[in-house]
Write a protein that binds this ligand. Structure first.
Ligand SMILES: CC(C)(COP(=O)(O)OP(=O)(O)OC[C@H]1O[C@@H](n2cnc3c(N)ncnc32)[C@H](O)[C@@H]1OP(=O)(O)O)[C@@H](O)C(=O)NCCC(=O)NCCS
Length: 289
């Protein structure tokens, strides 16, 4: 049976999210998480559907890819087919052929779990390991109780959406996140098991995070996390990170995970300071123009 690739349409998004959710497990250094789709959902269901690709064999979903920008495909597979040769050959062809509607011409990159056979197959066929921008995945085991942070934490609903948006906006220079964007994100399927948190000091919102559960016993994700630009260096980053881990623990996650460019030293140090352990750095596969 041939393997096919398709865009899901908004109706098919739930199925893609459910598959990616099902495939999460501890012990994989990094893989696309339903929370990544949930965070992208701030752009709307149509844009999310436009960015997602689903590979099937005989009706079964084998792989889900997500265009995080026009030139980066973030991809994961069902665990049992991560080294499936037929799937890997098809994926390699589809990402390399602009006409397939997956990646365009020119310089493009693919992120895939490090144990995927794609890492063995793509290099040497015009693709190489991207040494320029290594990423550091980090995780915190949640089997032990997480101590509450020394900061007032509120869970964000529609009433606090504007404040959450404001903190995220100042934390990420140039972010255009608004209360309306938050409502769009919160209306997405992937948000069902998510929480947005705000940290307050002296009545002012200073730090924000979104956490995404993938269900009980599975790793949860922090995305995004940031501290108000004018309030850095006071331990708020560490505190909101710990609060995020505690929220994921409440949601039943087995671990809290995050992935950040290794060059973002402040973020890597903050996660470590919150008790997260770094994994070996990961690298995308890139084809130069
Ligand atoms: C990363 C960020 C959240 C840190 O917030 P913060 O409130 O300044 O961090 P804290 O004061 O809690 O510091 C936590 C630790 O990180 C270290 N740290 C913070 N900023 C640092 C920097 N620029 N360089 C090196 N270390 C830094 C602190 O020294 C502290 O380390 P310690 O606990 O070992 O002493 C903040 O810089 C930010 O919002 N950046 C932009 C958004 C971002 O990159 N988010 C993460 C990726 S999703």
């Amino acid at each position: 049976m041939a393997i096919t690739v398709e865009k899901p349409g908004t109706d098919g998004l739930d199925e893609a999210v459910a598959a990616v959710r099902e495939w999460q497990s501890d012990g994989v250094a990094w893989q696309l998480h339903p929370g990544d789709l949930g965070w992208y959902w701030r752009k709307g269901a149509d844009a999310t559907a436009e960015a997602v690709r689903i590979w099937r064999r005989d009706g079964r979903i084998l792989a889900v890819g997500f265009l995080d920008g026009a030139d980066l495909l973030r991809l994961t597979t069902a665990p049992d087919v991560r080294r499936d040769e037929e799937l890997t050959r098809q994926l390699a062809e589809d990402v390399a052929t602009p006409g397939r509607g997956v990646l365009p011409e020119g310089k493009v990159s693919v992120e895939a779990p490090m144990d995927a056979l794609l890492h063995d197959l793509l290099p040497g066929h015009g693709w190489h390991v991207d040494e320029e921008e290594p990423w550091t995945p980090l995780s915190l085991d949640l089997t032990e109780p997480v101590k509450a942070p020394d900061l007032r934490i509120e869970t964000v609903g529609a009433d606090l959406a504007a404040e959450w948006a404001e903190v995220i906006g100042t934390a990420f220079n140039g972010s255009t996140f608004t209360a309306e964007t938050w409502r769009t994100m919160a209306s997405g399927t992937a948000f069902t098991d998510a929480r947005c948190l705000l940290g307050y000091d002296d009545g002012a919102a200073v730090a924000a995070v979104a956490v995404w559960s993938a269900g009980a016993g599975k790793p949860g994700l922090l995305e995004p996390m940031g501290v108000h630009r004018d309030r850095r260096g006071h331990g708020y980053g560490r505190a909101i990170t710990v609060a995020a881990a505690a929220a994921l623990q409440e949601l039943g996650s087995s671990s809290a995970t995050v992935n950040t460019p290794s060059s973002n030293v402040a973020a890597v140090t903050t996660y470590k300071s919150g008790g997260f352990q770094p994994w070996a750095e990961i690298r995308d596969l890139t084809r130069d123009a």
